[in-house]
Design a protein around this ligand. Sequence first.
Ligand code: SAH
Length: 349
Amino acid sequence: MHTNTTTRQETLRVLFGVIPSWRLSQIERALFSPSIRSFGEITTLPALWRGPLHEERVFVSYREAQVFWSQKKDTFKALLTLADGKKIETVLMRNARGAFTVCVSTQVGCAMACTFCATGKMGFSRNLSSDEIVDQVRHWIYFLADHPEVSARISNVVYMGMGEPLANYEAVRQSLRTILAHTDIGPTHITVSTVGLVPMLDRILDDAEWPAVRLAVSLHSADPKTRKEIMPTSYDDFPETLARWAEQYFAKFDSKRRHLTFEYIMLSGVNDSEQHAEALIGFTRRIGKVRINLIPYNYTGDIFRKSTQREIDAFQERLESAGVDVTRRRTMGEDIDAACGQLAVRKRG
Ligand code: SAH
């Protein structure tokens, strides 16, 4: 019997005993081929293996996938039902370069309780296994193969779906390693977004197995008081702590191209004033190689209002006049509730 935590590797071990790593790698590689849809179709495997494996339901770790198409056909959301009946969402969206970015979830629900986020309101249910994270990418590889009219390849993966990636550290790390090993997506095309759990950020610094993917920290305010009000996991000295951490981070991942991204949701009257812009400018000066990604707030049924275009423009201009590197996130998939912060699985009834 399979529980939700049974991984493909464990299943293979139960069936065949100790498996040489080249063989495991061969199987994992086949899992990313758009034309192979069951273990039985992995022709590089001995026939003796294919038989028993064919019956195994662990080929993909979800048992059902429901896909929603945005009207513009530039964003797709899949509601995946996992082996234990829990549901998660993953999103495929066309990026500025015309290719696709996959957004993956890392947990069922989330314990961080950010006040503006729909997932935060669901509470935490459980961590996803590495297979369950990787299989979200595989789902879209199959989807694109089955829908040639959508034609484009997957160029990027962002860990920005449901859940806090660094609260599920080992599975996230394993999933990153698997994606990097078996797709042509490189580490600079993968971004892990975190609420900023400091012990886990520290762990990355000491972890030789952590791949050199990009990191984005959800900042949302450089003022400790405001940040704490909207993000209950924040703390009073986070600007200092993050600045110290960033110094070590840049020392470890020494590269001219490397920068840290800070995400900043624009909430009208909450974090979009001139004072907030000044605080943010001060913060970016302390950190150094920073990119600020301004995110329009997507409605999640709470008390917040999104900043107007004018407010966002003014905020951006203030940052840019101080030399801050600013990008703006496009809102996509609002019509199918697939935009940032809107991923939540509604309870029936
Ligand atoms: N837990 C991770 C990944 C979550 S979501 C993190 O906190 O970074 C990815 C981004 O979407 C985060 O920056 C998150 O704060 C942001 N987000 C959450 N709710 C949002 C909303 N309603 N509108 C816009 N962005 C939102």
